[in-house]
Design a protein around this ligand. Structure first.
Ligand SMILES: Nc1nc2c(ncn2[C@@H]2O[C@H](COP(=O)(O)OP(=O)(O)OP(=O)(O)O)[C@@H](O)[C@H]2O)c(=O)[nH]1
Length: 227
């Protein structure tokens, strides 16, 4: 089945990993719902939220998978890494162990997904006076992992959107490239999100749905006085 480009909706699955309490759930809530709460509610297993964003005039669905930070949930959470196209490795400025665990989290995701676009997030930078990790150390870690570092405060809403925009833009470019070269040759597969996914050689997913008008199209229709 060959679909026209305009009939595709791009969906990107992003997994957020890191030790318990570093702010993964808060980050997702902040990004998808615009809210922040001081209460700590441990994630049991996995959770999921999504947000539509506009990349180059195209709607992109960013699906954020919140995974539990506690090791006791490893067996459950790793199953949800599969099919992820991007990863956020998170640690907290005030928690040295969470910083030291980053490499292990990267390995866990890589074991399931291979190498995917990844960023390192140092959260809770509003608590720099209680910092257990220096700026130089986090920069050195990002360099050694070969990933970009973002410093965020979910509480103060600093840089959170930048993390997901960066990843979504990267993935969007990769998907477009692959779409232009490989899609007509690929075979449709079923996935957990939709019965009409097309899976590509590296696991990239393009979700095909009934057309939702893109902003470009909406603008055009507006100009023509049709809406
Ligand atoms: N000061 C400050 N607190 C934060 C920030 N982000 C999250 N928190 C708080 O840190 C605590 C833990 O946040 P969660 O988002 O539940 O952490 P988590 O990583 O999802 O934890 P698990 O579900 O156990 O894996 C909560 O009390 C949050 O309010 C931040 O940027 N600054």
């Amino acid at each position: 089945m060959i679909m026209r480009e305009e009939e595709l909706e791009i969906a990107i699955k992003v997994v957020i990993v890191g030790n318990g309490g570093v702010g993964k759930s808060s980050m997702i809530q902040r990004y998808c719902k615009g809210i922040y709460t001081r209460d700590y509610k441990k994630t049991i297993g996995v959770d999921f939220l999504e947000r539509m964003i506009d990349i180059d005039g195209e709607d992109v669905r960013v699906m954020l998978w919140d995974t539990a930070g506690q090791e006791e949930f490893d067996a459950i959470t790793k199953a949800y890494y599969r099919g992820a196209q991007a990863c956020v490795l998170t640690f907290s400025t005030t928690d040295r162990c969470s910083f030291e665990a980053v490499k292990d989290w990267k390995k866990k995701v890589e074991n399931e997904c291979g190498e995917i676009p990844t960023v390192l997030v140092q959260n809770k930078i509003d608590l720099m006076d209680q910092a257990m990790v220096t700026f130089e150390e986090s920069e050195a870690l990002a360099k050694s992992l070969g990933v970009r570092l973002f410093r965020t405060s979910v509480k103060e809403d600093l840089n959170v959107a930048g993390v997901f925009r960066y990843l979504a833009t990267n993935c969007h470019e990769m998907i477009k490239e692959q779409y232009n070269t490989v899609l007509p040759l690929s075979t449709p597969t079923i996935s957990q999100f939709s019965p009409t996914f097309h899976s590509k050689s590296n696991g990239t997913i393009i979700l095909t749905r009934p057309l939702k008008k893109s902003s470009k199209k909406k603008n055009m229709l507006k100009k023509c006085g049709m809406i």
